[in-house]
Design a protein around this ligand. Structure first.
Ligand code: GLU
Length: 484
């Protein structure tokens, strides 16, 4: 069997992380099996679908590194890959079902359907269609159409039960009286999801339908249509949903939930890729930091769990920090630039002239950085000295040795040509000898002396990157404030 899977988003906005995880599982499965990953745009909901959203989807997928083998833009043998361009194809199959008596025209008005629904609910039954138009004669249909009434088309459900075989969930039997004869074409002529998805998956030769289990209840309807049209039923794998930290369905109120929000915050695509792969899937050796190649190599559907995954924002952040630390430093600096400019910390001109310096600054804070958007906060110390001392800085300034440490360190710096990591180390030793302090009393004193705070970049790098003049200037400023 040739492996063909698809990701089939509706273009209504940026990709939600839940859908991104679905795309990712499809992608990993296809690549692991040497199959094809197909992108299909499900835009039959004309009111909600927009071309802009379609472009956002392409952008999000490309950023995450989920390139598709067939789909819009790329094309492929089984196109078109946008449902609104396939209406003629769907029509053929609607006609076939009508001709074979497997579907029928239904003229019931919205109001009538509403009454039916209320009655069923009152009787404690599932609100399904009562079959009123099931047996209309040709003549009756003609008369109603002559009146200008536009029918919907309903699929005739004749089985009592449908069995769905799911790779993740096992075999599930659905009772059809939960839904009854369902609509496949709306009165305005647009076919519905449950119908078109079957035609598309069948004609695009999809071997495995891997999607969120919010679609599980749609699957029996789809199985009925596969059977009615004589199509082979694909393998289904319904993946469990993603929960927020409070164990309710992950949604906006939990914070960032769409791919672009993570992108904007400064998550690296490879980190999000890695993190999403671990939501309801685990590596056979329980490894957590996995490159795209490793994930492709080890991904199998039998390791997808039945239980929902909890989205752990902190863990994603931690993982992003690891990817940041492993990133090439120049690359990382380039990725930080938009954040530095947006925050107003530096200008384009500054970056042009001081790129090398900037790389060194980023190096000095890289171990602290977990998301790129934090970079301006961390680098601020290079551009302005903090003199609004907080309690911990005041504590350091209050030590009786601090002033001597600063004076001694400053004297040393004044007597060298240029600060570098080697003479910084010598300076520290000299101060230590002269003032006879070590540890916090030595290092924190210098840190507060050159930055005004107790936290920040690695101290040796901070001092060297600030340079001789700036270090002297800052220490003088602190000494002055201390009442020199
Ligand atoms: N357009 C559907 C969605 O976005 C796709 C469902 C499916 O994969 O069949 O949820």
């Amino acid at each position: 069997m040739s492996i063909r899977v698809r990701f089939a988003p509706s273009p209504t906005g940026h990709i939600h992380v839940g859908n991104a995880r679905t795309a990712l599982f499809n992608y990993l499965f296809a690549k692991n099996m040497g199959g094809k990953f197909i992108l299909r745009i499900e835009d039959t909901d004309l009111e909600r679908s927009t071309v802009e959203s379609e472009n956002l989807i392409y952008e999000d997928l490309k950023w995450l590194g989920l390139d598709w083998d067939e789909g819009p833009i790329k094309g492929g043998e089984f196109g078109p890959y946008r449902q609104t361009e396939r209406f003629d194809i769907y029509k053929k199959y609607v006609d076939k079902l009508l001709e074979e008596g497997k579907a029928y025209k239904c003229f019931c008005s919205k109001e009538e359907l509403e009454v039916m629904k209320e009655k069923a609910l009152k009787e404690g039954k599932p609100p399904r269609y009562n079959g009123k138009c099931r047996n209309l004669t040709e003549e009756q249909i003609q008369q109603l159409e002559n009146k200008g009434l536009k029918p919907s088309i309903r699929f005739k459900v004749e089985q009592e039960e449908v069995e769905v075989n799911d790779i993740i969930r096992g075999n599930i039997t659905f009772k059809t009286d939960a839904f009854g004869d369902f609509i496949i074409v709306r009165p305005d002529g647009t076919p519905v999801y449950n119908f078109v998805v079957v035609i598309d998956d069948a004609l695009m030769k999809i071997s495995h339908v891997i999607r969120g289990d919010d679609h599980l209840s749609n699957t029996p309807k789809q199985v009925l249509i596969y059977n009615a049209l004589g199509f082979e039923i694909p393998n289904f794998a319904h993946i469990p949903m993603i929960l927020g930290p409070d164990h309710s369905k992950l949604s906006k109120r939990h914070g960032d939930t769409s791919v672009n929000q993570f992108r904007e915050k400064g998550y690296l695509p490879e980190a999000l890729f890695n993190y999403l792969a671990l939501l309801s899937w685990s590596h056979p050796e329980e490894k957590e930091i996995l490159s795209k190649e490793e994930l492709i190599k080890s991904f199998t559907l039998d390791r997808v769990s039945k239980s929902a995954a909890v989205f752990d924002f902190e863990k994603l952040k931690w993982m992003n920090g690891i990817y940041i630390r492993n990133k090439d430093l120049v690359e990382l600096t380039k990725l930080c630039i938009p954040y530095l400019i947006n925050s107003g910390l530096v200008s384009n001109d500054y970056i042009q002239e001081n790129f090398e310096k900037l790389v060194k600054m980023v190096e000095s804070i890289r171990d602290n950085l977990e998301v790129l958007s934090e970079v301006s906060d961390y680098l601020k110390v290079y551009f302005c000295m903090n003199t609004d001392f907080d309690d911990s800085a005041k504590e350091i300034l209050g030590y009786d040795t601090t002033k001597s440490v600063l004076v001694s360190f400053k004297n040393f710096v004044e007597n060298i040509d240029e600060l570098n990591e080697d003479n910084y180390k010598i300076a520290i030793k000299e101060v230590q000898k002269e003032v006879k302090v070590k540890g916090k009393k030595l290092f924190m004193a210098i840190r507060v002396g050159v930055s005004g705070t107790t936290k920040g970049p690695e101290l040796d790098k901070l001092v060297v990157n600030l340079g001789k003049e700036e270090v002297i200037k800052r220490i003088n400023q602190v000494l002055n404030l201390m009442g020199e």
